[in-house]
Design a protein around this ligand. Structure first.
Ligand code: SF4
Ligand code: SF4
Length: 263
């Protein structure tokens, strides 16, 4: 473990996504000096020139895994890291690119986007594979969901990590934060909000502005999808639309849970 003489070594790595989470780190103007002085940032493509790293104490990893090359790199990062943190909803749950993954139509979708003349193995960035969250391949020690992440959620986790403490998962859905904000529930007005099955952390920003939560913080650990589907149906949302809503940012976790309740 690191000591006062040895600052924790941090690496920020990015795979498939919009890079919004790395950008969020760079935009933490008030905390940047602390961020760069409490740790030794050894690898951060968006903020510095390329550096080789043998070992990082904390790897912050953004994006989902979409190619065999990325998969090799992820495994290498895992081997070199003490703590690996999935940063953002793509890394935590697969993100929008995971949508419909379980319909087994990856080959079809690939052809639809790239045509028949390009093969998956022809990609110079590495052979394409079905998009997956990090935890489907390696051990993930902590998750910071969000699209993009919020610094108020990253910083407590980061602070624990640089002290060598493993953080806990988010213990509540968006509804808890929504109630703390004193909002009138949108579901009671027939507006299809999926806050009950979404991980808290954003401060219920959408329902606080009368907009339904669409789930960009990814699934809440103990979500009750059966009850959510029943409620959406009760307010007139057809099943196909409801499933699409729940899968939009729900990634592998939502797929697995929904499979159990729609048998
Ligand atoms: S408005 Fe949405 S997030 Fe708020 S309590 Fe109702 S269902 Fe939950
Ligand atoms: S969509 Fe839901 S999880 Fe995402 S910011 Fe809005 S309220 Fe939060």
């Amino acid at each position: 473990m690191w000591t006062s003489e040895h600052k924790p070594v941090v690496g920020v790595f990015g795979f498939s996504g919009c890079a919004g989470d790395q950008l969020r780190l760079v935009h933490m103007e008030d905390e940047l000096v602390t961020l760069f002085t409490t740790a030794e940032i050894k690898f951060f493509h968006m903020a510095q020139s390329h550096q080789e790293v043998d070992h990082v104490d904390i790897a912050l990893v953004e994006g989902s895994i979409n190619t065999k090359k990325q998969l090799e790199e992820l495994k290498e990062i895992r081997e070199k890291s003490t703590f690996l943190v999935a940063l953002g909803t793509c890394a935590c749950f697969g993100g929008i690119q995971y949508l419909n993954e379980k319909d087994k139509a990856f080959e079809e979708r690939f052809k639809h986007v790239y045509g028949s003349n390009i093969k998956k193995e022809d990609f110079t960035v590495g052979e394409a594979i079905p998009p997956q969250p990090l935890c489907n391949f390696v051990k993930v020690d902590a998750m910071v969901p969000g699209c993009p992440i919020e610094k108020d959620n990253l910083l407590p986790i980061y602070t624990k990590l640089i002290k060598g403490i493993k953080p806990q998962k988010y213990p509540a859905p968006v509804c808890v934060e929504c109630k703390l904000e004193g909002n009138d529930c949108l579901l009671l007005h027939g507006i299809p909000c999926i806050g009950p099955v979404v991980s808290a952390g954003c401060g219920a920003i959408c329902p606080s502005h009368n907009l339904p939560c669409v789930g960009c913080w990814g699934p809440y650990e103990a979500a009750n999808y059966k009850s959510m589907l029943d409620k959406l149906e009760e307010i007139g949302v057809d099943k196909e639309t409801a499933l699409r809503k729940l899968k939009l940012f729900g990634g592998s976790k939502a797929e697995e849970e929904l499979e159990k309740v729609i048998k």
